[in-house]
Design a protein around this ligand. Structure first.
Ligand SMILES: [Zn+2]
Length: 128
C-alpha cells in the first residue's frame, strides 16, 4: 500500500498510460541489413503491426474514447503513411523513435546532430 498516494482527478484510484512502439519490419533493416529484402516470411509477420494490429487498436481506442502515444520510427512513417494518418486522425500522439528504432537501454544512441533527419518524415509528410 502506498503511504502517500497521488490524488488523481475525479476520484480515480490510479492512472494508466498505454504506449506503443510500432517498428514493423524496420527491425529487419536495423539488425539484418544485407538480407532484410529476402526475409519475406519474417517481413510479412512484422507488417502485421501497421497493416492489421494498429487499425484494430485504433478502433478499440475510439470505442473507449482513449487517446494514446505511438512511438514510430521515421522509416515506418515513410513506409506506412496511411497508418500514421489513421493514428493522427484518431487524435493520438506520435512519439519520436529515431529513424530505425531507439532502444530504451541505449543500445543505439541517436546523434543529436542527426535528429532533424530522424524526424524529417514526420515534418515532411504530416507537418508534425
Ligand atoms: Zn522500436
Amino acid at each position: 500500500m502506498i503511504e502517500n498516494p497521488i490524488p488523481w482527478a475525479n476520484g480515480a484510484r490510479c492512472a494508466v498510460a498505454f504506449t506503443f512502439e510500432m517498428d514493423a519490419e524496420s527491425l529487419l533493416h536495423l539488425n539484418l541489413r544485407e538480407t532484410a529484402p529476402t526475409r519475406v516470411a519474417l517481413s510479412s509477420m512484422l507488417r502485421h503491426g501497421p497493416e492489421i494490429a494498429v487499425p484494430r487498436i485504433l478502433a478499440l481506442f475510439a470505442r473507449c474514447g482513449l487517446k494514446q502515444t505511438f512511438f514510430v520510427p521515421g522509416w515506418c512513417i515513410e513506409t506506412y503513411p496511411d497508418m500514421v494518418e489513421q493514428i493522427l486522425r484518431g487524435g493520438h500522439e506520435i512519439g519520436h523513435h529515431g529513424y530505425l528504432h531507439v532502444t530504451a537501454e541505449g543500445r543505439w544512441t541517436p546523434r543529436s546532430d542527426r535528429i532533424p533527419y530522424y524526424v524529417k518524415p514526420l515534418f515532411e509528410n504530416f507537418g508534425v
